[in-house]
Write a protein of this length. Structure first.
Length: 165
């Protein structure tokens, strides 16, 4: 093999190795998500979103939000998000972390509820990590939102579910 052929081979291998390194370093985040919207008088709307990772080893990030948008979103007196985080399987459990302003109630070993009622903004978002036990087949996030916009305009709880059906 000549020096020129060897140099071409090394450059070719370098390009392939760089491409492989890029693929492994830029692995896309796999996620499951869902959302629902509720229209309000005056051009505003409430969006409820649920998101969590699809692939995980020990822990899975999650996020749930209730957001008001539109012409006058600061009119909300309060806006609330309630997220149900669950590990599914036989005899499974889950530990859950959450943002500091939210409250966490464990309903059972495999189901926790995180809630935050925001009276200072047009969004109530909660987030953290789920650490399901071995034997968990999948995790799910149900995000439920409600709000008191102004006067008699109230949004009763509406939900979005991200998980296997």
């Amino acid at each position: 093999m000549s020096k020129r052929e060897c140099a071409r081979l090394v450059r070719g291998c370098s390009v392939v190795l760089a491409a492989v390194a890029l693929v492994f370093s830029a692995t896309p985040t796999h996620a499951t998500s869902a959302s629902t919207s509720v229209g309000l008088p005056g051009g505003n709307k409430i969006d409820i979103n649920a998101w969590h990772c699809t692939l995980y080893t020990n822990a899975c990030d999650w996020k749930a939000s209730t957001r008001m948008s539109g012409k006058r979103p600061k009119m909300a007196r309060w806006i609330q998000n309630r997220a149900e985080l669950e590990a599914h399987g036989v005899r499974v459990s889950v530990s859950i972390s959450k943002n500091p302003e939210a409250t966490l109630t464990m309903v059972r070993k495999s189901l926790g509820v995180v809630r935050w009622k925001n009276t200072n903004a047009s969004i109530s978002d909660t987030f953290g990590q789920m650490r399901p036990s071995r034997g968990t087949m999948y995790v799910s996030t149900r995000s439920c939102g409600s709000a008191h916009v102004a006067g008699a305009i109230r949004v009763s709880e509406k939900c979005a579910y991200a998980g296997a059906s």
